[in-house]
Design a protein around this ligand. Structure first.
Ligand SMILES: CC(C)(COP(=O)(O)OP(=O)(O)OC[C@H]1O[C@@H](n2cnc3c(N)ncnc32)[C@H](O)[C@@H]1OP(=O)(O)O)[C@@H](O)C(=O)NCCC(=O)NCCS
Length: 154
């Protein structure tokens, strides 16, 4: 955003990285499994898919000087999703994911943006109270150039 003096304002930020997401078969529906299997192999020992995809590693509004009031989180997310969509247009892929602490407000935010929760944390992580369990949420890009998808939960 440009203020009156012309200097740009930093309203928010996001960072992306490519990671391999491990998805246990028992954490997803059959139709999601069918789609996911196109992008990564099944490991028979762990009964999990290993799928490389972009992780939205950070996403946040800038709370300095009240700048957070000038942008909606959904708009910031749209910028990140457009970027991912463009990357996947060149490199292939239909999924992205996030990891966040299990807080209702954050889960609701990601659900509003069509991310769906998968429970793929290991039991050790889930029950270690000194290390809060990170929820993983997956988003399916339903077609090229379109980043809102709602098929079978994700
Ligand atoms: C996540 C975010 C982009 C959503 O933006 P938004 O849709 O415009 O929503 P808001 O900023 O109005 O926040 C909605 C609610 O979530 C709460 N919230 C935001 N981040 C939170 C967090 N990390 N933990 C707990 N609650 C959080 C807000 O306090 C607000 O609560 P309220 O409804 O009681 O006022 C923005 O809240 C943000 O930048 N949060 C801090 C960074 C962050 O937590 N990023 C996600 C990391 S996984």
């Amino acid at each position: 955003m440009q203020p009156t003096d012309g200097a740009p304002l930093l309203l928010g930020y996001f960072t992306l990285t490519n990671k391999i997401l491990t998805v246990p078969r028992n954490a997803i529906s059959k139709s999601v499994e069918k789609r996911l299997a196109r992008f990564g192999p099944l490991d028979n020992d762990s009964n999990s898919y290993s799928v490389p995809m972009p992780l939205i590693a950070q996403l946040g509004k800038n709370y300095a000087d009240g700048l957070n009031a000038k942008i909606d989180g959904g708009d910031l997310m749209s910028v990140a999703l457009k970027k991912i969509s463009a990357i996947q247009y060149d490199l292939s892929g239909k999924y992205t994911y996030i990891e966040c602490v299990d807080t209702p407000k954050l889960i609701e935010f990601y659900e509003r943006n069509d991310f769906r929760r998968i429970d793929s944390g290991t039991p050790e992580t889930i029950y270690d109270t000194t290390n809060p369990y990170l929820v993983q949420m997956l988003k399916y890009f339903s077609s090229r150039g379109e980043w809102v998808g709602r098929i079978d939960n994700c």
